[in-house]
Write a protein that binds this ligand. Sequence first.
Ligand SMILES: *[C@@H]1O[C@H](CO)[C@@H](O)[C@H](O)[C@H]1NC(C)=O
Ligand SMILES: *[C@@H]1O[C@H](CO)[C@@H](O)[C@H](O)[C@H]1NC(C)=O
Ligand SMILES: *[C@@H]1O[C@H](CO)[C@@H](O)[C@H](O)[C@H]1NC(C)=O
Ligand SMILES: *[C@@H]1O[C@H](CO)[C@@H](O)[C@H](O)[C@H]1NC(C)=O
Ligand SMILES: *[C@@H]1O[C@H](CO)[C@@H](O)[C@H](O)[C@H]1NC(C)=O
Ligand SMILES: *[C@@H]1O[C@H](CO)[C@@H](O)[C@H](O)[C@H]1NC(C)=O
Length: 462
Amino acid sequence: MRQPLLLSTLSFALCQFASAQIYWPTYPTYANVFIDPAYVLAKNFSANTATAQQSIMNTALELADQGPWSVVNKTAVAPSGDIHDYLSWAPYWWPDCSQVGNKTELTPEEIWTTCPYKSQDGVFNPDFRLVNNTGDFWAVSDAIFYNALSWAINGSETFATNTARFIDVWFVNNDTRMNPNLNYGQVIRGPGKRMGAHTGILDLKCMTKVASAVLILRDSKAPGWTTELDDQLVTWTKEYIKWLESSPISLEEKAAKNNHGTFWYNQVAALKILVGDKAGAASTVSEFFKGIYLEQIVKGGEQPFEAARTRPYHYRAYNLAAMITNAQIGQFVDVPAFDLKTSAGATIKDALDFAMAQSPKDEDAAELYPVIASVAAVYGDPEGKYAAFLAKASPNYPGDPYFLWSQPLSDSGWAPPVNSNTGASNNKNEGGGSSRSSADRVHTVYFTWLSLFALLGMICFF
Ligand SMILES: *[C@@H]1O[C@H](CO)[C@@H](O)[C@H](O)[C@H]1NC(C)=O
Ligand SMILES: *[C@@H]1O[C@H](CO)[C@@H](O)[C@H](O)[C@H]1NC(C)=O
Ligand SMILES: *[C@@H]1O[C@H](CO)[C@@H](O)[C@H](O)[C@H]1NC(C)=O
Ligand SMILES: *[C@@H]1O[C@H](CO)[C@@H](O)[C@H](O)[C@H]1NC(C)=O
Ligand SMILES: *[C@@H]1O[C@H](CO)[C@@H](O)[C@H](O)[C@H]1NC(C)=O
Ligand SMILES: *[C@@H]1O[C@H](CO)[C@@H](O)[C@H](O)[C@H]1NC(C)=O
């Protein structure tokens, strides 16, 4: 009796710890971004974006060192038996082995296939990371995005050829490619047929960043970006769009009223631009703004579907990033959306103003900063309210990557640190970035606990 009690106490403590933390990379990464390639390729950047440009290049180099990435890099295979099928496990679902036989130890496979899984909103099951297609897609989408931007900024061929290589390995090459579907995204484990959940479509929300990167490579005729590779990616993307627009789980995700639905539109609209279907992209974003958007922001700016979640500060910022991305895509395909009002008469700007007025409590506040910058750039900041908020919360914000594509935005008189060639990531220990950097430290600690967790996960005491 004594040992199980100790274990469950320990496990309870760890679970509480895990619930407050979710995996976050150490480099600057954003929920979603779509950038007009013309802005980047014109290179008419204001001088005060120099540090942000350097941060982008530093991040590109850091990520390029870790690639390439592929869905075939995993030890578990989707229930289809095809290693090319993307696989991830639902992050908030935990096994309940109390009714399964009365063994004290089960192998991980036995747990995954025999114990019923139950949802605990916001309580992250860290064994989710044992199959890491999600983390790898996160990394590859950012690697593609930052390397394409760096090619545009710097003109060094390596940035372009790296981008092309990462795209080839993940999407195109026969040995390493991902099948164009998400049939096994966020699979809920347990006995019976293990299919993907609609929430798994969110795993690929950053296809929007990939689309942005491809437009930059294509429009600049970048080295390594061959017609053959472009054609093959377009073929892949058309198949994937077909899946997104017809699969029942994808359509369920599309119908979600909250950020899941918003991010679905990000993906589909951006991918239609990638395949040259601007009209399709326009009708996709219009459908969003005439559809689920209408109920997403109430009078006064609250987002009720996000506020109801366990981490409301995060979810408000998250859905804001997705709504802004839909509006940015809209701008690119001539569907002006930033001033569109919800049924309650509210705009994206109202949602931000409300979100900014809330206390983050124990949540990471940094997720809202790029959103504030985007809103300031689009709606203007005549009273300097947004710049002042950023200057206070994140004094080095003009050195962060998002500052480059959130123009015009005041730099609040910021002077780059003396050793500015290392970019903003180096400034994290001073001022605003520090919340993220202390979060990073916690994440490192968190990962050292991961193996212990995996061990505990094999013992059934829930
Ligand atoms: C470059 O950007 C500035 C604003 O930062 C603008 O006034 C100017 O017209 C732009 N130049 C060109 C050639 O687009
Ligand atoms: C992932 O797969 C790619 C392509 O096969 C390979 O080059 C890379 O080294 C793999 N990475 C890891 C961490 O196994
Ligand atoms: C379960 O445990 C009981 C008592 O400890 C034992 O008699 C029984 O055989 C066990 N059943 C199985 C299926 O292991
Ligand atoms: C998952 O993938 C990301 C990106 O490749 C990597 O940084 C992270 O360490 C991986 N996590 C695990 C648990 O392997
Ligand atoms: C481009 O980046 C490379 C690699 O970091 C660097 O050596 C080079 O000086 C940069 N070129 C310019 C024009 O910034
Ligand atoms: C990749 O697979 C496709 C379909 O099986 C085939 O048509 C193509 O020739 C293959 N490409 C290479 C380079 O092997």
